[in-house]
Each structure stands twice: as C-alpha cells, then as structure tokens.
Design a protein around this ligand. Structure first.
Ligand SMILES: [Zn+2]
Length: 458
C-alpha cells in the first residue's frame, strides 16, 4: 500500500485521533530493544561486578535498571508476544507453544489477534527491523525488514528455538531478503564455525567422553547457539544497510534461556538432591556464565551497529532458577521458570533518567526492584516512537515503568497519548499454517550434525 493510501486507510478507520500517516516525522531518537530470553539478575549481577558483562554494565550506569514482572506467565512465545503487543494472552491469542485441542500445531504470526509493534509502526510511516523474534513467522508485510524464525512440531522434544531453514517460505520481509541472509545461516552452520562456537561456550570438552545425557545437553544447546549466531549476524548485516535507518529495532537472543534449562545443576550444584561431581562442575560449571558473556558481546555488537542516539531497552521475558532438584540426575532439565520469576529490564538513552535502580547490582547489595511488567513495554516503546498507545492494551499508560524510566521533563513536555485501539480493520486471526515434515527433517539433520562435532555421535 502506498503511503498516501495507507494514510487515507488509517484516517477512515481510526478517525481523527488515529494514526499520523505519511506526514509523520521519524522520531528524533530511534528505539532499539534487545531481548534476552530468561536473563536472570542473580546470574548477571556477579558477572557484571566481575567485569564480564561490560556492555550491560555501561547501560546500567547511564540508565535505569530494574526487574520486569512476567505477571505469572512463564512461556516464551506468550511473553514475547505480550511484549510486542502490550496485550494479555487472552487478547493476543498466542497462549502456548502449540495450539490447544487435539491437533497440535506450532503457533504462528497468523494466529496473533491484533497488531504488533511492527504493524503499528508501519501504519505511522516508521520503519521496523525485527530479527529472531518469537511467533513472527510467516513474516508480515511491514515497512521495514524482518527475519522470522520457525519452530517445527518435531522440535518439541529437543529444542524449541527456531532457526533459518532453506526450504520454508515466509522467513523474511521483504521476501527477496532471504537470498541476502540465507548465506549467513550457511556460514554459521559450517562445521568448523560450529566447532569454534562450541569451543567458546563449552571449553575444550571432548564430546566422545561424555555420557549420553551430557552429550544431549551439549548438542541440543548447540542448536540454539547456531540459531542465535545466525540471527545476530543477520541483524548486524541489516543494521549496516544504506537504504534506510530503522526507527524501531527488535532483536531476540535465546542462549541465556537454553543454557539455563540445561546447565543449572552445574551452576548451583548445592541446590540439587543428587550429587553433581567435582568433575562435572569443572566441565560445565562455567557454561551459563559463558552464555551470559556471549549475550553481552551480542549486545555490544548490536549497539555498535545500531543507529546513533538510540533509546535502548534490554529486557528478558522472565528470570530463572534451579528446578527439578529432586529428579534423578539423568533428567535433562535442571533450571526452569514455570512460576514466572521476574526478569531483567535496563533502559538507557536520551529519553531516560540516569543512574536509577542499578546501584544494588553494581554494588552487590541486593536485587533490583520491580519497576514494571511485561505489559508496560509496548506502550513505553510507542511513547518513545511518538505513537499513541491503544486503550485496549493491558497497561496503556505504560504503568510504573514509563513513569519511573522516562525523564520527568520529557513526560511533561510531551505527555503520552492514546487512541481506542490500533486493531480496527486488522486482518482476522486464523489457524496457524502447518509446515510439512521438511522443517522437522532439517532440524533433525542439524541436530545429528551437532552430535558429530568433535567426532562424537551414534
Ligand atoms: Zn525457557
């Protein structure tokens, strides 16, 4: 749709109080949100103080830090969709990994009720860059660029994180962007590169020497290492484009969640009813820390490539802790978040106050206070983009998060605005498209290959 048509379309549907359409100026300061799944303050805090997460530390020092309440939700597809819509799951419709009822299908963007931030930004003539975000496949037609992961049903028992696949349509917007980013996925998946990444995160572990359960933990985790690295490189590639600066950048990284699920027993062995041996701790005790360091390096690279003067938000969908502590050691998972422990939020940039809430992290004197919930993020981002929030969002005024994080002078000079809803006239939600077995076969093939790294596998 042309800008003029879009403006007319908006005008008819939303009325005078609605969207700004074609004549809306891009916001002075672009917005960049970097999401780290399951990032947990109790892990990040000591690493920050030890100088092992310098980029997050720098943001805390010049911005606002706190805990983000997932509001009793614990599943990543649900929460990341809430963060992107400002809606409760009953309103956005993404209620789990798979559709309820007898026929289980992985949720897709088609099943989302109502607009996400990238649709709304497009209505207002702003460009979005969205990479690696949950439940964005098939990529929607937006003003901007999207690289959308797909998780096949067959991944259910192994690893839910989506990655790029050669044969699935709809992984990018615009569609021809796929030709540009697919070579990145191939580069990352090259055995030599995967071995390098594995070495960085797992140290000099000889996969052959591991027991079956440990081998499974490593290979399943390497799957998301490959996915995260692919999307990070795709993000950096797209941020380097010359044909337009994104006003809104959203990036998702999953390694902090995946490593937390699989390696917590080595991180906090004293929490478990069974013995974690000194050998096992020596082998894997640093794995979660290395994933957090990698997340921090990703953050540094993303911010170095992002538009200058951006308002930056780093957040996680939930925190993490030891879990299944009474189960037998053969049970693969040892960390979880089913009770929705609070996640992380850090905000820094021209719109935000400085040096608020982070002192407890920097000094090690406690955990940051809860300063908002996952419902507050979308309205805050809209405010930063100078777009009104929908009154049908769960927390249209951005709650405490907006009032605590944004500089009071800014809020006074430009108060938050509202419209009834952004969703008038939006396409109806439908059942997710089911991708045939190919996606599962692709996934199994990569998993087999990961098992062979280091000469292991059967
Ligand atoms: Zn998780």
């Amino acid at each position: 749709m042309s800008r003029v048509l879009r403006a007319a379309f908006c005008f008819c549907l939303a009325g005078l109080a609605g969207c700004g359409g074609e004549d809306r100026a891009a916001p002075e300061h672009p917005v960049v949100l970097i999401g780290f799944d399951g990032l947990e303050w109790s892990v990040a805090g000591p690493l920050i103080r030890a100088g092992r997460m310098p980029h997050l530390k720098a943001l805390i020092e010049r911005g606002v830090a706190g805990a983000l309440d997932p509001q009793r939700e614990s599943l990543s597809p649900v929460i990341w969709t809430t963060i992107a819509t400002g809606k409760h799951k009953k309103d956005h419709g993404i209620v789990d990994f798979l559709t309820p009822g007898p026929k289980k299908i992985p949720f897709t963007s088609e099943a989302r009720q109502g607009k996400a931030l990238w649709n709304i930004a497009s209505d207002y003539g702003l460009k979005s860059l969205v990479v690696g975000w949950w439940i964005t496949w098939p990529a929607e037609a937006i003003d901007g660029w999207m690289v959308a992961p797909y998780s096949s049903l067959g991944q259910n028992d192994f690893n839910w994180k989506g990655n790029m696949s050669r044969d699935i349509e709809g992984q990018t917007w615009p569609p021809e962007l796929f030709q540009e980013v697919w070579p990145i996925a191939e580069e990352v998946a090259a055995p030599k590169n995967l071995a390098r990444l594995g070495g960085e995160l797992f140290g000099a572990v000889d996969i052959d020497s591991l027991g079956a359960m440990e081998k499974m933990l490593v290979t399943q985790t390497l799957w998301s290492v490959a996915a995260d690295e692919t999307y990070l490189r795709a993000l950096l590639h797209l941020l380097g484009r010359k044909d337009g600066r994104p006003d809104l950048t959203l990036f998702y990284d999953g390694g902090t969640d995946v490593s937390g699920h699989r390696f917590w027993r080595y991180h906090e062995p004293e929490r478990f009813a069974y013995e974690v041996t000194p050998d096992e701790i020596a082998r894997f005790g640093e794995v979660i820390h290395r994933f957090y360091e990698q997340a921090d390096q990703y953050l540094g690279q993303a911010l170095a490539a992002a538009p200058a003067g951006a308002n930056v938000i780093v957040c996680s969908d939930h925190g993490f802790h030891a879990d299944f502590t009474e189960k037998l050691p053969q049970f693969g998972f040892s960390g979880h978040h089913l009770d929705g422990p609070p996640g992380v939020i850090v905000l820094a940039g021209p719109a935000f106050r400085q040096g608020v809430g982070g002192d407890v992290v920097l000094s090690g004197t406690g955990q940051p206070a809860r300063i908002g919930s996952v419902y507050d993020v979308a309205p805050l981002l809209l405010y930063l983009l100078d777009i009104p929030a929908g009154r049908d969002m769960q927390s249209p005024d951005g709650g405490n998060l907006l009032r605590l994080a944004v500089r009071p002078e800014q809020l006074e000079s430009r108060p938050h605005e509202f419209i009834r809803s952004h969703d008038v006239g939006f396409r109806p939600a439908k059942m997710p498209t089911e991708v045939s077995g190919e996606a599962t076969e692709d996934f199994m093939e990569v998993l087999r290959r990961l098992g062979y790294l280091g000469g292991a596998g059967e």
